[in-house]
Write a protein that binds this ligand. Structure first.
Ligand code: ZN
Ligand code: ZN
Length: 112
């Protein structure tokens, strides 16, 4: 899949781990996936990262974000994960468990 950076099972499950902002505080553009949920920049089909379907207050949402924010959030999530996860805290993060590996990949792929 040329140009595709998401879509592997591992990566999309890691995307589901990233905490999202409160949907009630988002603009309509953000809530509908036309703008990054974190910094609000307009998204195109080329730069948008699909964060997966989320159900918020009984409404299904399809939030999206820009690659830069996804990279940042993935690094933050990985950092936090390493505190909570025994294997990851004792060895090189990103190799010890599936979650750590997925978050590591996500932060490397998107963080450019
Ligand atoms: Zn962003
Ligand atoms: Zn872990």
């Amino acid at each position: 899949m040329p140009g595709s950076t998401v879509g592997e099972p591992n990566t999309s499950s890691a995307l589901a781990l990233l905490p999202l902002p409160d949907f009630n505080a988002l603009t309509q553009q953000q809530a509908e996936g036309h703008a990054c949920v974190w910094d609000g920049i307009p998204l195109t089909t080329e730069n948008a990262v699909d964060l997966g379907a989320r159900t918020v207050d009984g409404v299904q949402r399809f939030p999206r974000a820009c690659p830069r924010c996804v990279g940042e959030r993935a690094r933050a999530a990985l950092f936090e994960h390493c505190f909570e996860c025994d294997p990851c805290s004792q060895t090189v993060p990103g190799h010890a468990c599936d979650t750590g590996t997925a978050l590591m990949r996500l932060s490397i792929r998107q963080g450019r």
